[in-house]
Write a new protein. Structure first.
Length: 222
DNA sequence: GCGACAG
DNA sequence: ATCTTGTCGC
């Protein structure tokens, strides 16, 4: 799996080939609850300054939402962002930040779609399958599908749930791996603090990655 | 051809 | 994602 990731990042594997890989790996996603405990959650997010990707991985206690530890990674990224192919651009950075954590976690939360994806294999699925962990995908914008009430359907299949704690601030929850949409939704919702709209793992990962990006940017300017 | 389009 | 001041609104 690691080999696959580096190959893709290196020569920018053709889009067509990546799509084939997504279609194949999509069948590997486990869409039901496949874990005993969900005590520690890891949130990951990536910020960019030119071609530098600053990824943050942070672990929290699911119940108390207290921070356990965090990890920052800096990597070069040349792959451009292309809708539906975010994994090409962001997976390397995310994995290296996660790799920097000292302790293991039970659940992964990614700032991207999971199964709510043209080939049912968004970045959250890729990371979930790569790490073989229960994974939840949280997107702030709609990539594909039709909104029907609190659900998003693709070809008639319910692939995401919408949570809107603040008006105009919707998030789209879809599964990455080894979890059911129902469990993913309730877990995500339980981790959103009052007056916030993102679950804590992602709100904090976003904050840490932006801080790392801006700190590095400033030190470069000196 | 046109519009839509996670981060 | 990122570039960016003041400003409109709760």
């Amino acid at each position: 799996m690691e080999k696959l990731v580096s190959e893709m990042a290196q020569n920018g594997t053709e889009c067509a080939k990546t799509k084939k890989i997504q279609e194949f790996l999509s069948s590997k996603v486990i869409t039901t609850d496949h874990f005993k405990k969900a005590q520690i959650v890891c949130g990951v997010d990536v910020s960019y300054v030119d071609q530098c990707a600053f990824a943050a991985a942070i672990t929290l206690d699911v119940k108390s939402l207290q921070i356990i530890e965090h990890s920052i990674s800096t990597t070069r990224v040349t792959t451009p962002y292309m809708p539906g192919l975010l994994m090409l651009r962001e997976s390397r950075a995310a994995l290296s930040a996660i790799d920097g954590l000292r302790e293991d976690f039970d659940l992964l939360m990614v700032d991207a779609n999971g199964r709510l994806h043209p080939r049912k294999f968004g970045l959250a699925c890729f990371l979930g399958v790569a790490l073989d962990k229960p994974t939840i995908g949280i997107a702030k914008g709609l990539l594909c599908g039709q909104v029907e009430g609190v659900c998003v359907k693709l070809e008639g299949e319910k692939l995401a749930h919408i949570i809107e704690k603040r008006k105009g601030k919707r998030i789209f929850v879809s599964i990455g791996n080894k979890i059911s949409l129902k469990t993913a939704t309730s877990l995500a919702e339980s981790m959103i603090k009052d007056h916030e709209w993102l679950p804590e793992p992602l709100r904090l990962a976003d904050r840490f990655s932006r801080q790392a990006a801006s700190t590095n940017q400033n030190s470069n300017k000196k």
